[in-house]
Design a binder for this molecule. Structure first.
Ligand code: HEC
Ligand SMILES: [Cu+2]
Length: 421
């Protein structure tokens, strides 16, 4: 064997060994406290997944060490170790010392076929049991079904309090999926444009949002709190910024939140900053955003007519186009419903906090009254959203910039938005 080949052999063995060591290190330090960790579930379905991962990981770990150990042992045992011949080549066999050459070994081959087959068969039984358990809905008094609509690059939630997803929703919100604790909430997952995937790791696994289809899923949490999620199907430019939060409230808090979400916004009093903000909103924002009780069908081009961009959105709405073109459904089809913007703790695909230090310190329902508005971020967003989050507003993806607004316009707009609690 030439010394070059030998060096290569050394190098590759080294790579295998250090690579394995690195993998083990990663596996050991996997951060259970990470907000997106599946290894510290708080929901029934999430636990189901973790209980499957742990034993399989142990079995896979044993197999890993056995195989790597065998590779190492064979390498050490049959390593070429002749003496230097002085001509720059060393470590080759003389013909008579060549190890005995064998071909085929039935017993070994049958063993290494049967053992993995048996292992995988056992794993698949448990996997199937878990898979069925994941979208199985436990009966409860709650009729609520939430239609989750993914789109580039944020999530919309349409609440159907009677569980009937074929009728218009009772109210619509964005980015933060609010649910009561301890109850299975069925989800009906859809997409308006491309394939996305809905994933709140601590509560359940991933479920794809596919245009033209409706996927059933269910979510449950045994604890109150805020749990982070992330779109996990690459969906273009701002895919990485397409996040969401599941907010789990007690039954009483949930009822309070729900009743508030159903109340339309009130017109600001004349002469205030909020009132002039509302006027700017009607001109600059209401073609996309709905504020129940304040924006009107005329803002979006009037009933029966298709405002600019509707054809585009209608097309992407696919089978659901009729629903979104119906002004009474509260859904603009293009932008988050802002009726209760101030009740959310995050905005723009949950990448910005709407309140400073929210989540850790304040109760969710106290945010509008006692939270400190993240004013700088909100103003920057209104002025030039594509700079804060890459988007393609010319093609109706994301929010356009409004750099024509004066500082006073922005102040007024924020004053108006602040009334939306
Ligand atoms: C062409 C349609 C369009 C117009 C016009 C528009 N927006 Fe938006 N807006 C969007 C879209 C789409 C999003 C979601 C963007 C994202 O999260 O990536 C959004 C997000 C927002 C959000 C964050 C909402 C949330 O819950 O995440 C606020 C606040 C907002 N817009 C305010 C305004 C204001 C104020 C105006 C007028 C100055 C305006 N928008 C004009 C389309 C529009
Ligand atoms: Cu996505």
């Amino acid at each position: 064997m030439s010394s070059r080949v030998k060096k290569l052999a050394w190098l590759s063995s080294l790579l295998v060994v250090s690579g394995s060591a690195a993998l083990i290190a990663v596996a050991i330090v996997v951060d259970k406290n990470h907000p997106l960790s599946t290894l510290s579930p708080v929901g029934r379905q999430g636990r189901e997944i973790a209980e499957l991962i742990n034993p399989i990981f142990i079995v896979a770990g044993v197999v890993f060490f056995l195989v790597q150990g065998a590779v190492l042992a064979l390498w050490l045992r049959y390593r070429v170790s002749g003496s230097d011949t002085g001509d720059g080549e060393y470590g080759y066999y003389e013909d008579e010392e060549f190890p005995e050459q064998v071909h085929g070994n039935n017993r070994l081959e049958i063993a290494w076929t049967l053992v993995p087959t048996a292992l995988l068969a056992v794993i698949s039984v448990f996997t199937l049991i878990a898979l069925f358990a994941l979208d199985d809905v436990e009966a409860s008094d709650e009729d609520l079904v939430v239609t989750v609509v993914g789109q580039q690059w944020w999530w919309e939630y349409q609440y159907h309090l009677d569980g009937d997803t074929t009728t218009p929703p009772d109210f619509v919100t964005a980015n933060e999926l609010v649910i009561p604790v301890g109850v299975d909430i069925p989800l009906d997952i859809k997409s308006r444009d491309v394939i996305h995937s809905f994933w709140i790791p601590k509560l359940n696994g991933k479920k794809d949002a596919v245009p033209g289809r409706s996927h059933d899923w269910v979510i449950q949490s045994e604890q109150t709190g805020r749990f982070r999620g992330q779109c996990t199907e690459f969906c273009g430019l701002s895919h990485g910024y397409m996040k969401m939060v599941a907010v789990v409230l007690t039954a009483e808090e949930f009822a309070e939140w729900r009743d508030n979400q159903m109340t339309p916004a009130e017109m600001p009093q004349g002469g205030t900053a909020a009132a002039s903000g509302r006027e700017i909103f009607a001109q600059q924002c209401a073609s996309c955003h709905v504020v129940n009780g304040i924006t009107s069908p005329a803002d979006r081009g009037g009933e029966g007519t298709e405002p600019d961009g509707w054809d585009v959105y209608g097309e992407f709405n696919g089978a659901d186009a009729g629903v979104y073109l119906d002004i009474d459904t509260l859904v603009a089809g293009a932008a988050p419903n802002l009726t209760h913007l101030m009740t959310r703790s995050t905005f723009a695909g949950s990448i910005f906090d709407l309140y400073l230090g929210a989540g850790e310190h304040l109760g969710y329902l106290d945010l509008p009254a006692s939270g400190t508005l993240n004013r700088g971020e909100l103003e920057a967003w209104i002025y030039n959203a594509p700079e804060r989050k890459p988007a393609d507003a010319d093609n109706f993806r994301g929010m356009p910039s409004r750099t024509g607004l004066s500082p006073k316009d922005i102040d007024d707009l924020v004053a108006f938005l602040s009334t939306l609690d």
